[in-house]
Design a protein around this ligand. Structure first.
Ligand code: GLN
Length: 286
């Protein structure tokens, strides 16, 4: 090995010092190497190519500049899907994964279902649903008001391969994006809408600085978009259709009241893995 080359083991140690975090250093080195996690462990005593070193230095520079690791890596895992992410979309969060279980539980025994992922962002929810259903089992409409987000979602649909044929991407604000033929024909509406209060003092600085405001903030009480979805869903869901919405951990009572006011039935507030109020589940009764 020539003198100017270093092994991945040495590069990893050096990176861990620079970024002061061994786990992030491992992610960054793996990504720069082009190997998957398992392969990378077998490469530790092999030399780092200059191309990988350049890629790594660029990522380390962004990471120590404060950019979230997920954006620096350019992708993040959501359930079984590797989702491409950048600053055009929210980073998929673990608490959102439960929405996918709730959709699957509803439609697994109902082939031919129509599912709407409203405000899809990166496409994480809709694509994870398609990935875990048999091929062509159900159709998932994915909407977003942000054309930038739809570009990311569309790249992720392509990345999913064959299950992606059942995805339909449409542009527009909430239900306005949908074709009228879907009125009262939808089995499930699922959404992780913006729900952060505009001036929320608890919001992490890194989130506020880097993630798209459009995907985060929903007015002084954070309920603006949830209210729109709850009141609009009656026109689109079929009778006994299911509504699933993620919300902020302090919004449970307000969200329950919105659902009851809209005439929805079987209204439930479900907790996430941390035991915090997180998801509204309700049904249409018309
Ligand atoms: N869970 C996100 C956060 O607080 C917010 C996501 C959202 O508004 N949908 O960081």
């Amino acid at each position: 090995m020539p003198d100017d080359t270093i092994t991945w083991r040495a590069m990893l140690a050096e990176t861990a010092q620079v970024v002061a975090d061994r786990t992030s250093a491992l992610w960054l080195c793996q990504r720069a190497s082009g190997y998957d996690a398992e392969e990378f462990m077998g490469e530790l005593d092999n030399p780092v190519t200059s191309r990988s070193a350049t890629h790594l230095h660029d990522m380390v520079r962004r990471f120590i500049g404060g950019e979230p690791l997920q954006y620096v890596l350019g992708r993040w895992a959501f359930r079984r899907v590797d989702i491409m992410v950048d600053t055009r979309v929210l980073i998929p969060r673990p608490e959102t994964e439960m929405l996918v279980d709730l959709v699957l539980e509803e439609v697994r025994q109902k082939p031919g279902s129509t599912i709407i992922d409203l405000g899809t962002g990166s496409g994480a929810i809709g694509l994870a649903v398609l990935d875990e259903l048999p091929l062509s089992h159900s159709t998932v409409w994915m909407t977003d008001v942000s054309r930038d987000a739809l570009d990311v979602a569309s790249a992720n649909v392509a990345g999913l391969g064959r299950p992606g044929i059942s995805a339909r991407l449409v542009h527009g604000s909430w239900f306005d994006a949908l074709p009228v033929e879907l009125k009262e024909a939808v089995d499930v509406v699922v959404a992780n809408p913006p729900y952060v209060e505009d001036d929320d003092p608890d919001l992490e600085e890194r989130v506020r600085e880097w993630e798209p405001s459009l995907a985060l903030f929903a007015g002084p009480d954070g309920l603006r978009d949830i209210a729109t979805i709850v009141s609009g869903c009656n026109q689109w869901l079929r009778s006994d259709g299911l509504l699933l919405i993620e919300f902020g951990s302090r919004q449970g009572d307000a969200v329950r009241a919105l659902a009851i006011d809209a005439g929805l039935c079987d209204v439930e507030i479900l907790q996430d893995l941390a035991g915090l109020d997180r998801v509204l589940r309700a049904r249409t009764s018309h």
